[in-house]
Design a protein around this ligand. Structure first.
Ligand SMILES: [Zn+2]
Length: 108
């Protein structure tokens, strides 16, 4: 879970909360709802918003059909996907009903 702040031009991640995969699968994930809510409210107390979700694929860093369905449910979130195949990191966001790739920049 990626928490931070968003402006019209950029989203800055200030806090990363790692959640275990409730499904214990290499191809699908589900965050434990209790862990999700706890992280959400803790971040809210810190003045941070949930701005994205990160996960990895044993495939290209493009949204899967399942990702696309979930993206429709929470369109404001940025989905950051890492490919364990080629090491590519890419971010996507639903805008006006369409998935667009967003520029990502990793800083220390
Ligand atoms: Zn995915």
């Amino acid at each position: 879970m990626l928490f931070g702040a968003t402006t019209r031009r950029e989203a800055v991640v200030k806090k990363v909360v790692v959640a275990s995969n409730k499904l214990q699968s290499n191809i699908r994930f589900e965050i434990d709802p209790e862990a999700f809510v706890c992280a959400f409210f803790e971040a809210e107390r810190e003045g941070l918003d949930l701005i994205g979700l990160f996960h990895s694929h044993p495939a290209p860093a493009t949204p899967s059909s399942v990702d696309l369905e979930c993206m429709k449910l929470w369109a404001s979130l940025i989905w950051l996907i890492f490919s364990s195949v080629d090491g590519k990191l890419a971010g996507y966001q639903m805008k006006n009903g369409k998935v667009v790739e967003v520029t990502t920049k990793v800083e220390p």
